[in-house]
Design a protein around this ligand. Structure first.
Ligand code: PLP
Length: 250
């Protein structure tokens, strides 16, 4: 069997297992799994894996490093041509000076956590002639200094304090090329994900009361997707359980 074929089989099995977990979690929560989008987090993995996953039916992909993501999806889109019916979600900590570039290839930016970033993304989207879906990353870690999620490929660093979310939501809504779609969070390490995702849902409800299109809740990763499903997640971001373990960051 070729290396390509065995990688395809491996991804196929892992993707099916994750889909089964989502089905089971939805059944237990009395939810319809069609309400949920599975975002496969392909950071640190090559374009060839994205193409195999696309063949296997995956359509949402998550990335957290600007340069890597830009190059990878340029390659993927060139390869797929007209069949490039995929959505790229930027889920990583974003520097203001990279916002313009991210706006050129990402469809959704899930990690918006400060006002300066809003203006930079809007300018980038404007000059690329694109509209961006935006989620506000909420910091669910009471003790922010610990940097939640460190050692997890950078997952979960950043986020706006729950008290400051309303102001940030208004800033996004005021920008023509940006569409405020909801909230995103990473459950703090060593905390109960059920409690964390319940708080995220409350913040999401509050935003939605003033911005009707902000219906998305992005929560849940390989280790806690069941808790996210229980608390109303609409988007799950799963990496390790599908692609295997990533090289650890320095
Ligand atoms: C890497 C990452 C994920 C995926 O985490 P896994 O534990 O590998 O499933 C999800 N969300 C964010 C923000 C990430 O950076």
């Amino acid at each position: 069997m070729s290396e390509q074929q065995s990688r395809r089989d491996e991804l196929d099995r892992a993707l099916s297992a994750v889909r089964s977990r989502i089905e089971a979690a939805c059944a237990a929560a009395g939810r319809d799994s069609h309400e949920l989008a599975l975002i496969v987090v392909t950071k640190y993995f090559p374009a060839s894996d994205v193409l195999l996953l696309h063949e296997l039916g995956a359509r949402h992909f998550g990335e957290n490093r600007d340069q890597e993501a830009g190059e990878k999806f340029e390659q993927v889109r060139a390869e797929l041509g007209d069949r490039a019916d995929l959505t790229v979600h930027f889920i990583g900590q974003l520097q203001t000076n990279k916002a313009g570039h991210v706006a050129s290839y990402a469809d959704v930016v899930q990690s918006v956590d400060r006002t300066r970033l809003v203006a930079a993304l809007a300018r980038g989207a404007q000059s690329a002639g694109r509209t961006l879906d935006v989620l506000l990353q909420v910091d669910l870690d009471a003790d922010t200094d610990t940097g939640a999620g460190g050692g997890n490929g950078g997952a979960g660093r950043g986020g706006v304090a729950p008290e400051a979310v309303d102001e940030l939501a208004d800033a996004v809504a005021a920008q023509e090329p940006l569409r405020l779609r909801g909230v995103m969070a990473v459950a703090p390490r060593d905390a109960d994900p059920d409690e964390a995702f319940a708080r995220l849902r409350d913040v999401g409800d509050r935003i939605r009361a003033r911005h009707a299109d902000a219906t998305w809740v992005s929560a849940g990763m390989s280790g806690d997707l069941e808790a996210a499903v229980r608390h109303g997640a609409t988007h799950l971001r799963v990496g390790t359980a599908i692609l295997g373990s990533r090289p650890s960051p320095l």
